[in-house]
Design a protein around this ligand. Structure first.
Ligand code: IVH
Length: 693
């Protein structure tokens, strides 16, 4: 029996080692060599064995990361060596002064060897390993006494539960002994992505948001229920040690290399810098990379490399003389929203913008005063519950437009006012429509904010195809007040152009000629050229085929011809295959806007010929079809095109008006409904015969 138990124990141990290794590949090196499914399989196998032999469960088993019971409150841990803070510097001079102080303290005139590291924006923790096993983990606390967050730290997958001594890791160092005691220090953090995700979830549940990734990391680690911590993808970078027993290091660099060799995660951007010049370069380099890093970095930390030198320099009261935090400019600030306005972009999208009391926010180029920040869209305003008068956190990163991150709820006075985006475009007073999360101005043909883009689209190759009319010309004409809408193009005269810069007799003549030639578009091109939102080339074709003339699309509804009203009009559009509700809405809104109709009339007056498109006529003219199930010899689209070619139309939904229901394999509920309505049902074979195929 004993031997059987021994065999199982060995199996379990091997399995754990294997899991730890793959865990390390995935979470520390970010370079897995097996699939998630294979990894899960290993974990399951271990869990099964442990369930069968509970006596063999050890606290450092990979199955023991989650599962600890919620605590009433955290216990406390006294750090064997205090976790001190470091002196801060914000300017080059201060960093140079630090270097001068170090050299003076060491009595040397040559340059000092430093280790420079990104200063990770998270919270400091200490991990205690006893004989290679993770035993206790704590927060920094006041530097002397921290909170016991062992169970929560165990849920962080990049923290090894036992230090690696596995030659397979590729960094196995046979000379490097596992210390009998190792106190590791590092920064626990959340990636920017994870932080945003958590805030989105909190907002969805109506809970208070975290102001930044650091608070989110601290909040996540200091949960009494380890299950909540486990659900937050916390990570760690280890950057130093406390007490170490059983091994000795000579430099900080060597210490970091050993931590890495033990399977702990260290930051890949850490570098040795010789003297202050190289440190300055490093600071610049990390600040440049800052916005592209997946985690927050608020500066660099410089440490004298030699541990003997560190000792020689010694301490001030609260921080060591051998380290400096050389910070970047803050990218966040707090201010009050005075007003919210809507900005109309060149595509007609309305962006709500907060107009704020001036606030200084820094970036790599220095500090800038900001008075406006984007609120993105109405859904975001509602999600963050931003109101006029609110005190908010604004952030700026690199070239990105500053944004309102969150409201500081505690500063609410009750006098704040909610904001709802305008129903009218602030630029041209056309109606505003919502597509997805974005509000758009529907006055595409006449809106001054959009005019350049509208004309560029109108003149483009696949639309009216006005040869020789480049984007630069359009910008010049609009900027010089020569044209205000697309129709104005057809009123341009050679003399007008000759008055402008860079136009000569010949070039002006050529352009006027080309504009004249564009007066005879095909109907699909004309429809496409109008730039109706959601109406691309394909939909323009479909509309042209269906309605035959532009006028036929226009007068179906008031104010043109007092036709069928909004619902009937949209229903008519929806009965056309390939036109969905959003497109129907968009077409309706576009033609409903009088500003657009005026421009269309102006185009006609200018001599643009509105062509006719002949509708296909065939033996199925006037008949209505609907399809259900899968056809074997053609796709649904091919079948639809075939019947349309013969003059038939496709119905959007089942009704008594339908002439033929074509039923393929595995038909849906439409088939039952068709039977109930006693409609004529065709099998694929009958359908083929009808088409003469
Ligand atoms: S070394 C005595 N290295 O910054 C040296 N700290 O104000 C102790 N931090 O409490 C710290 N990244 O939370 C060090 N690479 C890094 C760091 C780092 C972030 C934090 C840590 C510490 C604070 C120092």
């Amino acid at each position: 029996m004993k031997t059987k138990d021994n065999i199982i124990e060995k199996d379990i141990e091997k399995l754990r080692e294997e899991i730890n290794f793959h865990n390390y590949r995935y979470y520390v090196l970010d370079s897995p060599i097996i699939s998630d499914a294979e990894y899960d399989k290993l974990i399951r196998r271990l869990a099964e064995l442990e369930a069968k032999y509970p006596k063999l469960i050890t606290p450092d088993s990979p199955t023991q990361r989650v599962g600890a019971k919620p605590l009433e409150k955290f216990g406390t841990i006294k750090h064997t060596i205090p976790m001190l803070s470091i002196e801060n510097a914000f300017a080059v001079e201060e960093a140079k002064k630090f270097d001068a102080g170090v050299r003076k303290g060491l009595g040397i005139s040559h340059s000092v060897e430093y280790v420079a590291e990104p200063k990770i924006d998270g919270l400091a923790v200490e991990l205690v390993y006893e004989n290679g096993r993770f035993a206790i983990g704590s927060t920094r606390g006041d530097g002397y006494i921290g909170e016991d967050v062992t169970q929560n730290l165990k849920t962080i997958k990049s923290i090894p539960l036992c230090l690696i001594s596995n030659p397979q890791s590729g960094i196995h160092n046979p000379q490097l002994k596992i210390p009998s005691r190792l106190e590791v220090r590092g920064e626990v953090f959340l990636s920017i992505r994870a932080f945003k995700h958590i805030n989105r979830e909190l907002a969805d549940n109506g809970e208070a948001l975290f102001a930044n990734a650091r608070n989110a990391a601290a909040g996540s680690l200091r949960q009494l229920d380890p299950k909540i911590t486990a659900s937050r993808p916390l990570d760690i970078f280890c950057y130093g040690v406390g007490r170490v027993e059983g091994v000795k290091f000579k430099t900080h660099w060597e210490t970091l290399a050993a931590l890495k060799a033990y399977g702990l995660k260290t930051n890949p951007l850490i570098k040795i810098c010789n003297g202050s010049e190289e440190v300055m370069e490093y600071h610049k380099e990390i600040e440049r990379q800052r916005d592209n890093l997946p985690y927050g970095v608020d500066g660099i930390v410089i440490k004298v490399n030699g541990l003997g030198l560190q000792e020689k320099l010694g301490m001030r009261t609260r921080n060591p003389k051998w380290a400096l935090a050389y910070k970047f400019k803050a990218q966040e600030g707090t201010t009050r929203i005075k007003e919210i306005i809507a900005d109309v972009g060149r595509t007609g999208a309305l962006t709500p913008v907060a107009v704020m009391e001036p606030v200084e926010i820094g970036d790599i180029t220095g500090s800038v005063t900001i008075t406006r920040a984007t609120l993105h869209n109405q859904d975001e305003i509602d999600r963050k519950d931003v109101r006029v008068g609110d005190t908010v956190v604004v952030a700026r990163a690199g070239d990105v437009i500053p944004e309102v991150v969150m409201v500081i709820q505690e500063k609410r006075t009750g006098k704040e006012k909610t904001y709802t985006i305008h129903e009218e475009c602030p630029s041209c007073h056309s109606k505003v429509e919502k597509i997805g999360a974005i509000h758009y101005c529907t006055g595409g043909l006449s809106c001054p904010a959009q005019v350049k883009e509208t004309i560029k689209h109108f003149a483009s190759k696949r639309a009216m195809d006005i040869e020789g009319l480049g984007d630069k010309h359009i910008e010049q004409f609009v900027d010089d007040g020569l044209i205000k809408d697309v129709a104005d193009l057809y009123y341009l005269k050679k003399e007008n152009l000759l008055k402008l810069a860079r136009w000569a007799e010949k070039s002006a003549e050529n352009l006027i000629d080309a504009i004249g030639k564009s007066k005879h578009p095909t109907l699909p091109r004309l429809i496409y050229a109008l730039g109706i939102r959601q109406v691309g080339e394909h939909t323009a074709h479909v509309l042209a085929e269906e309605f035959g003339t532009l006028e036929a699309i226009l007068p179906l509804y008031p104010p043109h011809g007092g036709g069928q009203g909004e619902d009937a009009y949209k229903e008519r559009l929806l009965s056309v295959h390939d036109i969905g509700p959003e497109t129907a809405e968009s077409i309706y809104d576009f033609f409903q806007e009088m500003h657009n109709i005026k421009v269309i009339e102006k185009l006609k007056k200018a001599g643009v010929v509105f062509p006719q498109m002949k509708k296909a006529v065939g033996k199925l003219t006037g008949k209505t079809f609907i399809f259900t199930g899968t056809l074997s010899s053609f796709t649904r689209d091919e079948a639809k095109k075939l019947v349309e070619k013969q003059g038939a139309t496709i119905a959007p939904s089942i009704s008594k008006k339908i002439d033929y229901v074509v039923v393929g394999a595995e038909p849906g509920s439409k088939c039952d409904e068709a039977k109930r309505l006693r409609l004529k049902i065709l099998t694929e074979e009958e359908f083929r015969r009808m088409l003469g195929l």
